[in-house]
Design a protein around this ligand. Structure first.
Ligand code: NAI
Length: 335
């Protein structure tokens, strides 16, 4: 290995953590030339599970794995971190009010943001996986004033990959032939999976669907089948599997970071990042966009035409994000 990176995973003793750790240690996050130091952050009741995973990492004898530290102290977990995967969070439980949910997450992401601010490496890249991911990223960023806000991103790559999977099935086309699908807005049921600019084997996906189904049926399929199926896929997985998405979430997290570091090569992908005002999304709001990764930085794809339907769907999801931000601001969580 030519270089060494410190990767911090929060909630490392949980399910997604377990699915992430071995892939990172095997080199799938940062490539075969980068040795990895893993830092596993947990709360006290999750420490044993993380320690168990650390024993199994040792037993895997990964040549690229330099060390594994397990801790419940955010300051030491993020000290020198180059990559932070913020997986541990407080998802909405039954009967939980939104205010309680946001307050519980504020108590997690505000101190983690402060620890990143205090100790992370200058090139730190953060992706928030724990829900509500977009707003948790805003909270962490607000507590890390010395870290450029564009280093705080949230995961919508799983939604993006789910959209590719659905299109691949509908068009009988391998995923490798598909390009330029977009996820806009919040990682929630209001997200807008957009295929207006997508192509399959170089041909517009919408055209192919129209050929296959007829124009009206194609429009209905997009609106009534494709979009809700992607947006509610998490619930479908829970219903069928009896447990939430884990391996696919870990896979998407790996895709997000490896594209961020190494660049996108097959058209664009999707990620939630602080808006620069593009497409009328208020500046600073952490919202999903079509993005390319160039020279280690995400760039929002510019100049896409949005029809009235797209505009309405994006505005609805952005409105939800603004509401979440205002609720968090009221709780004093934005510093
Ligand atoms: P899990 O419950 O198995 O693991 C979460 C772990 O986080 C637990 O071990 C817990 O002890 C730990 N944790 C809680 N608070 C912490 C803190 N302050 N610091 C460090 N660790 C802490 O849950 P799972 O399945 O791993 O999912 C994690 C999160 O990812 C959930 O919020 C889930 O909703 C979200 N998710 C997001 C997706 C996305 O596409 N953005 C997809 C799938 C899940």
């Amino acid at each position: 290995a030519n270089s060494l990176a410190t990767v911090t995973i929060t909630g490392a003793g949980g399910q997604i953590g377990y699915a992430l750790l071995f892939r990172i240690a095997s080199g799938q996050l940062l490539g075969p030339d980068t040795a990895v130091r893993l830092r596993l952050l947990e709360i006290p009741q999750g420490l044993r599970s993380a320690e168990g995973a650390a024993l199994e990492l040792q037993d895997s004898a990964f040549p690229l794995l330099q060390s594994v530290d397990v801790t419940d102290d955010a300051a030491s977990a993020f000290d020198g971190a180059n990559v932070g995967l913020l997986v541990g969070s407080r998802p909405r439980g039954p009967g939980m009010e939104r205010g309680d949910l946001l307050a519980a997450n504020g108590a997690i992401f505000a101190p983690q943001g402060a620890a990143i601010n205090a100790g992370a490496a200058d090139d730190v890249r953060i992706v928030v996986v724990g829900n509500p991911a977009n707003t948790n990223a805003s909270i962490a960023s607000a507590h890390a004033p010395d870290v450029p806000c564009e280093r705080f991103t949230a995961l919508t790559r799983l939604d993006h990959n789910r959209a590719l999977g659905q299109l691949s099935e509908a068009l009988h086309t391998p995923v490798s032939q598909l390009r330029d699908v977009s996820i806009w807005g919040n990682h929630s049921a209001t997200q807008f999976p957009d295929i207006a600019h997508a192509t399959a084997g170089g041909r517009p996906v919408v055209e192919l669907l129209e050929e296959q189904l007829g124009a009206d049926a194609a429009r209905e399929w997009i609106r009534d089948v494709f979009i809700p199926r992607v947006a509610k896929r998490g619930a479908e997985i829970i219903e069928v599997r009896g447990s939430s998405s884990v391996a696919s979430a870990a896979n998407a997290t790996i895709d997000h970071v490896s594209d961020w570091v190494s660049g996108t090569t097959h058209g664009w992908t999707s990620a939630a990042l602080p808006s620069d005002g593009s497409y009328g999304v208020p500046e600073g709001l952490v919202s999903s966009f079509p993005v390319e990764s160039i020279d280690g930085q995400w760039r929002i794809v510019q100049g896409l035409e949005l029809d009235a339907f797209a505009r309405e769907r994006i505005d609805a999801s952005v409105a939800e994000l603004i509401e979440e931000r205002e609720a968090v601001r009221t709780l004093g969580l934005l510093g």
